[in-house]
Design a protein around this ligand. Structure first.
Ligand code: ASP
Length: 373
């Protein structure tokens, strides 16, 4: 019995005991008091149960991440390597989900989730990023807020430990949307972000990968299919995250080292708002990964949102069309993760695999690598 029930029963008992001794006027007063109390108690009751009802149907939340798409095949994977990828993906997506569950913003969830992957040497973002042709590392990242359509991006930075945070700072603390090169590094340091020596990002695996790509380039030899797959894979490992928070706000972020052996300060799709990253509360949040040049030309992330907004397509159908028809018909490959404003998700790819994970509104976590999972 709730508090209201206890109050009523005490009062009725009391009333029953006194009832016999009361005169007519006192009885009327007592009746009036009982009716008033019943009225107040029923109002309290109504409020409590409507609150309970709200708790039972809160706004849906959800989060989806990727760690790059490509020729990811079981036969090239060791059990240890696969377990290591699954572990970091699970950890990263859970960090964001816990933030959302506590009522945190989609912005915070995206930022903190991407930090986990940027700090892991497994992915081509932050530590473990791929090398340029001149053996340097240049990082790109972008972020978009679906509630305001504010966005920020950085490209070609060399000293920012967590490039996704720099993209968010550009959005929040500069009058611009995109900063590049040295200026972006200086800006991030002025904002108090963690700055590291360029060597921090280097890993043996990526140094060897650059060597192999260069050797095959020099020899100009006909590479075997396996070698081609290996070389293609050298660009993969970009990370991205999309989230929907309890206030119905969407956010998307993407962070990458770009493509192995890139030259001339090449910039891919990851820091381009509308290509690698897009978020709009009216539709969805998207983060892309793949062969950047094709994703820029197909304006992938915005095109998915536009198909939903102007054609009323679902996020799955819009993503399928853009990845399998538009990007593929140009000869590009890769994938996206997306979430719409109702919490429906898409994890679409035209490659054999994409590192990806999701936590749904009920807290159920899914981690996948291969396309056929
Ligand atoms: N899209 C990235 C780029 O072209 C690479 C990737 O996602 O793997 O820079």
């Amino acid at each position: 019995m709730g508090n209201e029930g206890i109050v009523i029963s005490i009062f009725i008992n009391d009333f029953a005991q006194k009832k016999k001794k009361l005169n007519f006027k006192e009885k009327k007063q007592m009746q009036f008091r009982v009716l008033s109390i019943v009225f107040v108690v029923s109002m309290m009751w109504a409020c409590t149960s409507s609150k309970k009802e709200n708790k039972a149907t809160p706004q849906p939340i959800g989060i989806v991440i990727h760690g790059g798409a490509g020729t990811i095949l079981r036969k090239n994977m060791t059990p240890e390597k696969e377990a290591a990828y699954r572990k970091v993906l699970a950890e990263a997506v859970q960090v964001g989900y816990e933030i959302l569950k506590k009522g945190g913003s989609s912005k915070e969830a995206v930022e903190k989730t991407i930090h986990v992957m940027e700090d892991s040497p497994l992915f081509n973002a932050g530590k473990g990023a791929v090398l340029n042709s001149d053996e340097t590392i240049e990082l790109d990242a972008s972020f978009m807020n679906g509630a305001t359509l504010d966005a920020g991006a950085i490209s070609g930075v060399r000293t920012i430990k967590n490039p996704i945070s720099a993209a968010i700072q550009v959005m929040e603390n500069s009058p611009h949307v995109m900063l590049s090169g040295k200026g972006a590094d200086v800006f991030a340091s002025e904002q108090g972000l963690e700055i590291v020596a360029p060597e921090y990002f280097f890993t043996e695996r990526r140094i060897q990968a650059l060597k192999r790509v260069k050797e095959s380039e020099q020899k100009k030899k006909e590479t075997t299919a396996t070698e081609q797959a290996f070389l293609k894979n050298q660009r993969y490992g970009t990370v991205g995250c999309v989230a929907l928070d309890q206030n119905g706000n969407l956010a998307a972020g993407t962070s990458t080292g770009g493509m192995t052996n890139k030259k001339w300060n090449r910039i891919g799709d990851a820091p381009i708002i509308g290509a690698g990253t897009y978020a709009n509360n009216a539709t969805c949040a998207i983060s892309a990964t793949g062969w950047g040049e094709f994703f820029i030309r197909s304006v992938v992330a915005h095109d998915i949102s536009a198909l939903m907004e102007y054609k009323g397509l679902s996020i799955q159908e819009a993503s399928r069309i853009v990845i399998h028809e538009k990007v593929a018909s140009l000869g590009g490959d890769g994938g996206i993760v997306g979430i719409d404003n109702q919490g429906n998700i898409a994890m679409e790819m035209n490659t054999p695999g994409m590192y990806r994970a999701h936590v749904d509104n009920n807290g159920k976590q899914t981690v996948k690598i291969y396309k056929d999972e």
